[in-house]
Design a protein around this ligand. Structure first.
Ligand code: ZN
Ligand code: ZN
Length: 426
């Protein structure tokens, strides 16, 4: 298809160039395809002569962005990918997969040619929306179906199974200091990559940072933990590139940003913070994934179970997602609790009505968020009306309002369940 090199695509700009909220290249191609009346797969096959395999695999997003740059005459499309750090980090931070995460408020406030799905959200270390600071969603609020990454642009903001709008159920989690630091790194990295004149980071920078850190670690009482930590995420055949998680862990040791480590490795490694590293024997991200978040999920499910007589038990997949937890992950952590919750959840009403109850739960949460954003107080009267509009009786509506309020309070109050944060990042 190289004979079509001249067949320029329309010069659609990448949204948010230079900003932490830059549009992802994946979203860009979906938007471009829609503006040409094509599917993303058709666009790829015209551009690249391929069958249009999913774009999200990091390496191919990079190489495709360079090809589409030539076809559109837009030299900035690489800034919707991790191109600037692609010699240093390997593609795994893209978390290639078949499901999507999104910000419910970005979807509900969508403005054509302005709103976008962001590069930062494609990084699994991004825990909240860079614009709205609310938790990201990964399941339909009504039927809890996961959503595809390649769903066409015009159809993305409604559930591909039941058609319910995906822009609801926003809650604003309180993050502990380390958790607040993690998405700040995703945003810093995204902004760095989004900067138009940004050159690619040289591989020697990361090598320098890690080797200076290792040298300092030798005299530390935790030398063997640190060594293991710094060795992690090393792929032999990958030219010394590391995962974003490894870089993040190494930066947490020093309490510095990932950009400092990549751009000013000598200064970054020389800060004498290593001694502050006290209690962590595991990489920090793993501590959160394996201990902190499951512990919170456990608390949420067990407290809701205890309240089951007074409140509606919402679909666990949706509420756990707000705590960065998958249902399968939670089940492997505490199988009995999950089994018990799931049984009670399913036996509350006939299975065919669960969809309506979950939808009402999502609408009440949405109403609470909308009122708050308008600076107005909560209104039980309006909440009850949301539920009643779906044909629910007063008692059921009350149980749903109680449940939505309880879940929101639990997540927004923040539950500091494990004290594992090293002083260096506090
Ligand atoms: Zn948002
Ligand atoms: Zn659905």
């Amino acid at each position: 298809m190289s004979s079509y090199w001249w067949s320029a695509l329309p010069p659609v700009p990448l949204l948010g160039l230079g900003e932490a909220s830059v549009e992802s290249f994946n979203h860009y191609t979906l938007r471009m395809a829609a503006s040409c009346g094509l599917s993303q797969a058709q666009l790829h096959s015209i551009c690249l002569g391929t069958s249009g395999a999913p774009l999200l695999k990091g390496a191919s997003a990079l190489s495709r962005s360079l090809t589409v740059e030539r076809l559109t005459g837009n030299p900035h499309l690489r800034h919707g990918t991790l191109w600037a750090v692609s010699d240093v980090l390997h593609a795994r931070p893209y978390k290639a997969g078949s499901t999507r995460r999104w910000c419910p408020l970005c979807y509900s406030d969508w403005v054509e040619d302005e709103s976008r799905e962001m590069l930062a959200i494609e990084l699994d270390i991004c825990l909240v929306c860079p614009i709205h600071r609310c938790a990201l969603a990964s399941h339909c609020p009504a039927c809890t179906a996961p959503q595809g990454v390649t769903t066409p642009y015009q159809k993305r903001r409604a559930c591909s199974i039941c058609g319910t709008g995906l822009g609801s159920s926003a809650v604003f989690p309180r993050l502990d200091p380390f958790e607040a630091w993690i998405p700040a790194q995703a945003e810093a990295l995204s902004q760095f990559c989004a900067t138009p004149e940004q050159l690619r980071v040289h591989p020697a920078n990361l090598r320098t940072y890690l080797s200076l850190l290792s040298a300092q670690a030798k005299s530390s009482p935790q030398a063997h933990h640190l060594k293991r930590l710094l060795q992690q995420g090393r792929a032999k055949k990958d030219n010394g590139r590391r995962t974003l998680h490894t870089l993040l862990n190494a930066c947490a040791i020093q309490g510095i940003s990932v950009i400092d480590a990549l751009v000013r490795p000598k200064e970054a490694a020389s800060r004498p913070l290593l001694g502050a590293w006290t209690s962590c024997e595991q990489p920090l991200m793993d501590v959160y994934r394996m201990r902190v978040w499951p512990k919170r999920g456990q608390l949420l499910l067990s407290k809701l179970t205890a309240l089951h007589k007074e409140v509606f038990l919402p679909n666990p997949r949706g509420v756990l997602g707000l705590l960065n937890l998958g249902w399968e992950e939670m089940c492997s952590h505490d199988h009995d609790l999950c089994d018990d919750y799931d049984r009670r959840y399913r036996s509350q009403v006939e299975p065919s009505r669960l969809h309506v109850l979950n939808l009402a739960f999502a609408r009440v949460l949405h109403l609470q968020t909308a009122l708050r954003r308008q600076g107005r107080r909560r209104s039980r009267h309006l909440e009850m009306r949301e539920a009643a509009d779906l044909g629910l009786d007063t008692l059921t509506s009350q149980r749903i309002c109680e449940s939505a309020t309880w879940v929101r309070t639990f997540i927004e109050k923040g539950q500091s369940v494990v004290d594992v944060v090293p002083r260096s990042v506090r």
